[in-house]
Design a protein. Structure first.
Length: 460
């Protein structure tokens, strides 16, 4: 090894540590406007009892555990004993050194107190959403929903007689299953079933800024489909202005139902962009107007077709109709004859036009499809349109939020058992995401609001 005689003027380790402390300082600063109710309540609750480990530093330490991805309270306590700068930033008395770090029992009691009063942390979540709305006027216009599997650190209960004696078990969690299907390049189908024991986080996010707006934690077996409307109602209850400005909501086929589509649009004014499950096993097309003889049909994707009535072309030749758009006053999707719209010759056009009960304009037949015909298939944004594809692509925003929860905020590696603890931990993680975004906006780093690990540059 070559000897380096000239010492470095600074250490990269010191720079990295300073950057890490800056991230925590930014989060704590953003939280200072919303966490006072919780901290004051816990201080009043303690009263004149022993105050060996003050409330405020312990609360800041809990936030540090989230920011620095500590998988357990013991891991955080070890870091606090080792890192004097971290203790000082959290607010522990530097005079006591590592003795200022709360004992294992003291920290456990504090965490139990946070679980007991989790309602304060949920209120912080909503307060941060409101603060971000002031900074981002279009927050919530485009949204997305998805669920996330979270494994429990506990084991399933095998013997109910032993469940109270064995603390390694998780008596709240259950088993969840999710099936993924697709087609390989060679045309063969594949299927993968994911199974986990634990919980499921249902999350509604702003798809432009990738910020959470509402959430609900339930057991792993909970249905995605039944949690969509409650999430939207939660936004309406806690953030009316955001709810009233919501325009679109994207979700995968796990949320596909006629009731969800209808309630989203009819009751909340939100256009559903939800993928459809393949439920038509024995048919390819459905007659559009079965009450009369006509040439129009549709498939499960919502595409509308005409079948040429000319014997010379054959009854099996179909063409997709040209989409004109959604008529809000009629709640109908408007289509036009493809020959009239695209200008190609159709030998059966005259015969087709004779079938029209409403007459024909200069541009061929016009077809209006009421979305009430099938609310699962027909939506205000036509499924086969470019606009629908672009809107559905925004669904990946919630997947990226879920990825941050796993990789940056520690849900791939944790020691949490029980629903109450998991709810508190999930809420804290989402609070940190919002606080980091708000903090970055406040220091002029709005372009990095999604990042939980990018360096803090207050001079930006």
């Amino acid at each position: 090894m070559a000897t380096i005689s000239q010492p470095f003027l600074f250490s990269w380790r010191e720079i990295d540590a300073a950057s890490d402390l800056d991230r925590l300082a930014l989060v704590l600063e953003a939280l200072s406007s919303v966490d006072e109710k919780l901290v004051s309540f816990l201080e009043q609750r303690r009263g004149r009892g022993r105050d060996d480990f003050p409330i405020r530093p312990m609360w800041n330490a809990v936030i540090a555990g989230i920011v620095y991805q500590h998988p357990s309270a013991e891991s955080l306590r070890r870091e606090l004993r080792r890192n004097g700068e971290l203790r000082q930033l959290c607010g522990f008395d530097p005079f006591f050194g590592e003795k200022a770090v709360p004992t294992k029992d003291a920290f456990s009691r504090f965490l139990e107190s946070l679980i007991e009063h989790e309602v304060f942390i949920t209120a912080m979540f909503h307060a941060l959403v409101d603060e971000l709305k002031k900074k981002l006027p279009d927050l919530g216009v485009k949204t997305a929903v998805d669920s996330k599997a979270i494994q429990s650190f506990g084991k399933p209960v095998k013997d109910e007689k032993l469940q109270e004696e064995d603390r390694r078990r998780d008596t709240d969690a259950d088993w969840g299953f999710k099936t993924y299907k697709g087609v390989r390049k060679d045309g063969t189908a594949w299927e993968k079933v994911v199974k986990w024991f634990g919980y499921k986080l249902h999350l509604l996010v702003d798809s432009k800024y990738e910020l959470p707006l509402a959430f609900e934690l339930n057991v792993a077996s909970s249905s995605d489909m039944t949690h969509l409307i409650p999430l939207v109602e939660d936004v309406g209850e806690n953030h009316k202005e955001i709810h009233d400005n919501m325009n679109e909501l994207a979700a995968d086929k796990g949320y596909d139902s006629a009731d969800n589509n209808a309630e989203l649009y009819d009751d909340h004014g939100v256009k559903p962009v939800i993928d459809t499950r393949e439920m038509w096993k024995t048919k390819k097309y459905e007659t559009l107007f079965p009450e009369r003889y006509d040439v129009f049909s549709y498939d499960e994707t919502g595409q509308v077709f005409c079948t040429c009535p000319s014997e010379k072309r054959g009854q099996d030749e179909t063409q997709p109709l040209a989409l004109v758009g959604f008529e809000k006053d009629r709640n109908t999707l408007k289509y036009r004859c493809p020959a009239g719209a695209f200008g190609f010759e159709c030998k059966g056009r005259a015969e087709c036009e004779k079938l029209s009960p409403f007459g024909v304009g200069n541009f061929g037949r016009v077809v209006r499809v009421p979305i009430e015909l099938d609310r699962r298939i027909f939506t205000p944004i036509a499924r086969h349109s470019d606009k629908w594809e672009k809107s559905y692509d925004r669904r990946t925003s919630v997947e990226r939020v879920n990825s941050r929860l796993d990789q940056v905020l520690g849900f791939e590696r944790h020691t949490i058992r029980g629903k109450a603890k998991m709810e508190m931990r999930v809420t804290l993680a989402l609070v940190v995401i919002l606080a980091m975004a708000l903090g970055r906006i406040q220091i002029g780093q709005a372009d990095k609001m999604r990042s939980l690990i990018a360096p803090i540059d207050r001079a930006a």
